[in-house]
Design a protein around this ligand. Structure first.
Ligand SMILES: [Ca+2]
Ligand SMILES: [Ca+2]
Length: 177
């Protein structure tokens, strides 16, 4: 494989979580092979409270896997934002969700910024988001580059088609407030 070695442990962990879920759901008979599972794991949940990123073959499985892992350490996950590869919040093309502890709600003001998430390229999400949904009073600002620099979007609540503001397949990093 051409991927950096430091990615290997996380991928193994992700595979283990996905397999555990498939087993629990009684779906193991139809589980894809390892190569297919790796390609299909395009739904990830970044948990601010635990620092873990959990991926699975579907958005619901990824959220469930994150929730189960967080619950083990006494944290209730709540989704703050979800990026969608496709427009109209269609999860079929892949999703990336950002979650925090259940008590978290974003402040009404845009300043100060509450979370900054850069380097979407490292997650294979550079220039990819086409719709975005936010929760818990959070809004999102997109940045063109992966380092929170260059052009930035307005603060977005929910937007089913980022092309309407010229931000389709453009975000390289983002901020939440
Ligand atoms: Ca896209
Ligand atoms: Ca960009």
């Amino acid at each position: 494989m051409s991927e950096p070695l430091h990615h290997a442990p996380r991928r193994r962990k992700i595979a283990a979580v996905a397999l555990a879920l498939l087993t629990a759901a009684g779906l193991l008979a139809s589980a894809p092979g390892a190569a297919q599972a790796r390609d299909a794991a395009d739904h990830c949940v970044v948990n601010l409270s635990t620092g873990e990123t959990t991926c699975a073959a579907t958005q619901s499985l990824a959220l469930a896997a994150d929730a189960a892992a967080a619950e083990d350490v006494g944290i209730m996950s709540v989704t703050l934002i979800t990026l969608y590869d496709r427009t109209n919040y269609d999860p079929a093309g892949g999703t990336r969700s950002f979650v925090a502890d259940g008590s978290y709600t974003c402040s009404a003001a845009y300043s100060p910024v509450e979370f900054s998430v850069d380097h979407l390229d490292a997650a294979n999400w550079n220039n990819r988001a086409s719709s975005v949904h936010t929760y818990r009073s959070c809004d999102i600002k997109l940045w063109d580059t992966v380092t929170l620099s260059g052009a930035s979007s307005t603060w977005i609540d929910n937007l089913a088609n980022l092309d309407t503001i010229g931000w389709n397949n453009r975000a390289g990093s983002y901020q939440i407030s």
